[in-house]
Design a protein around this ligand. Structure first.
Ligand SMILES: Cc1ncc(COP(=O)(O)O)c(C=O)c1O
Length: 409
């Protein structure tokens, strides 16, 4: 960062430092605007956004169709609460249910709320349909999971940083190794109501399970009358070259958990999507959210579903993803230890002897590329799917240059 840039950014950094809770450690880039895959900071400097707000900006910053849907709805009505009906919710849930091949949608706001809602639905289904004894319901999750930050969700996290000093924790969860279908089956007993997993573990570093894992989870859960809940909040809605990552394994879970890109990077919008025999267990008054299903969010969400229904974004993510994978794979042995990817989503393990993930992210930011580290030495690439192929190549070149610089020092 040059001195000028530093001074212009300092104003905002100081305010955040003084008055915003320190629950994040962002890179020192103060973004002012965005267009497609690019963002501009307060000094006018441009950066290629290779994080896309953890896949919430899959369609790019300011996608004209999504912005238009939001603007149109802003002028009409933005919030009614679910005490009344609104004319956006019905069309949105109809379109999303059709896209997912399911009957019903439970709209919420954040990803964590969708996960919490999925847990409540699974427990209610367990007691009311499966016949599990009261308060005995058990949900199986996977080691290394990331499903959000609420107290119940961190109760089944293995990340000590996410849990320390936030107990006591919610009981009723059992964690088994990710990617190990036999371990999952062994953990099932008569009280098990659901298996909750990410089809790819994003925050863990884009961990892609063995090809036979999701089909095995589907087969095992069906055989034991246990719900299969796929948290597609980060992996879904185009990122991995399909509408859902489960599609890539020809697997259909009982419940999809969606969020992030569902709100087009404009509004928080999440959802649980499933069939009537499961989502239908909820009765009036048992669950809700003041903003869940609001007309502004569902107007944007409907436009998102329409974009996905064309299949264009999924195809583009597949094609560009292959280009990204090839480019990154060439860096193995030049400071990169391993690359894992699915569609336009890649985790790159940096040789810890060379630098931390954070250092690499800082050096990339200096060169105009924004990415984020996870678990010490992994960085992930998840640019908006609208990114230009040549810009993607350029980002990989910047990583190569950073690694060369580090190797030379
Ligand atoms: C797989 C997964 N589930 C849930 C969440 C939580 O979403 P939110 O931050 O919107 O609560 C995330 C966020 O990164 C996620 O990646």
């Amino acid at each position: 960062m040059t001195t000028d840039t530093r001074l212009a950014a300092d104003f905002y950094l100081d305010q955040e430092n003084e008055h915003a809770a320190h629950n994040y450690h962002p890179l020192e880039v103060v973004v002012e605007r965005g267009d497609g895959a690019w963002v501009t900071d307060v000094t006018g400097r441009k950066y290629l956004d290779c994080l896309a707000a953890y896949s919430a900006v899959n369609f790019g910053h300011g996608h004209p169709v999504l912005v238009e849907a939001a603007k149109k709805q802003l002028d009409r009505i933005t919030l009614t609460s679910r005490a009344f009906h609104n004319d956006q919710l019905g069309p949105f849930v109809t379109a999303l249910a059709e896209l997912a091949g399911k009957d019903m949608v439970l709209p919420m706001n954040t990803g964590a709320e969708a996960v919490e809602s999925g847990i409540k639905v699974a427990r209610a289904w367990g007691y009311r349909v499966k016949g599990v004894k009261p308060n005995e319901a058990k949900i199986i999750v996977a080691d290394g999971n990331f499903h959000g930050r609420t107290t119940t969700i961190i109760s089944f996290s293995n990340d000590e940083q996410a849990r320390a000093d936030f107990g006591p924790f919610t009981p009723g969860f059992v964690s088994v190794p990710y990617g190990d279908a036999a371990a999952l089956e062994a953990a099932i007993d008569e009280n098990t109501v659901a298996v909750l997993i990410e089809p790819i573990q994003g925050e863990a570093g884009i961990l892609v399970p063995p090809a036979d894992y999701l089909p095995a989870v589907r087969e095992i859960t069906t055989r034991h009358n246990v719900l299969f809940i796929a948290d597609e909040i980060q992996s879904g809605l185009g990122r991995t070259g399909a509408t859902f990552q489960c599609d890539n394994s020809d697997v259909v879970p009982d419940l999809y958990l969606l969020g992030k890109a569902l709100g087009g990077g404009i509004v928080p919008l999440s959802a649980v999507v499933g069939n009537r025999d499961i989502l239908g267990v909820l009765r009036p008054g048992e669950h809700g959210s003041t903003f869940g299903g609001n007309p502004l969010a569902t107007a944007v969400g409907h436009a998102v579903v329409d974009l996905l229904a064309t299949g264009e974004f999924q195809e583009r993510a597949r094609e560009l993803g292959e280009r990204l994978r090839l480019g990154l794979t060439l860096l193995i042995g030049k400071g990169v230890l391993a690359v894992r990817s699915a569609g336009l989503w890649a985790g790159v393990d940096i040789d810890p002897a060379l630098a931390t993930g954070r250092q690499v992210c800082e050096m990339l930011a200096e060169r105009g590329v924004l990415v984020k580290d996870t678990h010490g030495s992994t960085i992930r690439f998840a640019p908006p799917i609208v990114v230009e192929p040549t810009d993607l190549d350029w980002a990989v070149e910047q990583l190569e240059a950073v690694l060369a610089e580090l190797s030379a020092s």
